[in-house]
Write a protein that binds this ligand. Structure first.
Ligand code: SAM
Length: 274
């Protein structure tokens, strides 16, 4: 596989546990299966990710039916991308999984599903612990495919009030076809956010202000929920005249915010010394 920078990248796997140079990491049954499918064998090099900023590499020392082992010989720590959070709707299962995969590729910071009133009209909808595990698997696969060092932190679905209480302080947008164009707002916030992000990367300074994007389910957001979001500081912003599927809207907003924040997609944050 060829990486974003043109370099040949290693087949890469997510480790559930943190790792360091000199340690042996155990990978689970899924990874062992993929290693065999890809005809990798002991003695070959593989890449490792932990989803919390560590990117490593090492030699495959064991390949069994249910697990594999990698001796780690290199680790770099990657600075986190500027924080962008999603309050996404509990909605159609497959569409949520699609959004989890694509949002991971675009380095989403947190995945927080909200049980809106109209979420309950959708079947089959993505909720509950089993679905949560499916999302986790999709995120891990997206990380392995994209080589990103940071996976979104996942939260279980919550009612709107609880999700709002947990949402980070910072810039808040509500995706709403009747809002003002998103781009009009981004111009104002991007410069300040970008400078804080740069300072932090260079000096370990203050964390960048968070951007949180909320969006509704297939049937939309009820007026009282919209009022609750607006009262919590969410600015209604539009992505254009067309009615987008929720997953299209979420992904388009994430990509737009990332670009506005100066996070050129795939340019990679500067490594920080281990
Ligand atoms: N009939 C629903 C309504 O009137 O809201 C359509 C809901 S749409 C399928 C799902 C969500 O995607 C919306 O609640 C909104 O958050 C977001 N969305 C869809 N199109 C949008 C647009 N053009 N601009 C901003 N947000 C949009």
């Amino acid at each position: 596989m060829v990486g974003a920078g043109g370099a040949v990248s290693l087949p890469t796997f997510v480790s559930d546990a943190p790792f360091a140079v000199g340690e042996t990491v155990t990978l689970g049954e899924d990874a062992a299966h993929h290693l065999r499918v890809r005809r990798l064998d002991t003695g070959m090099r593989v890449g490792l990710l932990d989803g919390t900023g560590s990117r490593g590499a090492g030699v495959l020392t064991l390949l069994a039916k249910r697990h594999a082992a990698v001796h780690v010989d290199a680790v770099e720590l990657v600075a986190p991308p500027s924080p962008v959070h999603l309050l996404l709707p509990v909605a159609d299962k497959d569409r949520m999984l699609w959004l989890a995969e694509k949002a991971t590729e675009l380095e989403l910071t947190t995945w927080r599903p909200v049980l809106f009133r109209r979420s309950k009209h959708v079947t089959p909808r993505g909720e509950g612990p089993t679905f949560h595990q499916r999302v986790r698997g999709r995120i891990a696969a997206a990380l392995e495919q994209s080589g990103g060092a940071w996976a979104p932190t996942m939260y279980p679905e919550a009612a709107l009030g609880a999700a709002l209480a947990a949402a980070p302080v910072g810039v808040r947008f509500l995706l709403d076809g009747d809002g003002v164009p998103l781009r009009d707002h981004l111009a104002g916030v991007s410069a300040s956010v970008r400078s804080v992000v740069r300072d932090r990367a260079l000096t370990d300074g203050p964390a960048a202000p968070a951007v949180t994007v909320a969006l509704g389910p297939e049937g939309g957001i009820e007026p009282s929920e919209r009022e609750e979001l607006v009262a919590a500081g969410f600015v209604p912003v539009s992505l254009g005249r067309r009615i987008l599927r929720f997953e299209t809207a979420g992904l388009a907003a994430l990509a737009t915010v990332r670009v506005a924040l100066g996070d050129a997609l795939g340019d990679g944050s500067p490594p920080i010394a281990p």
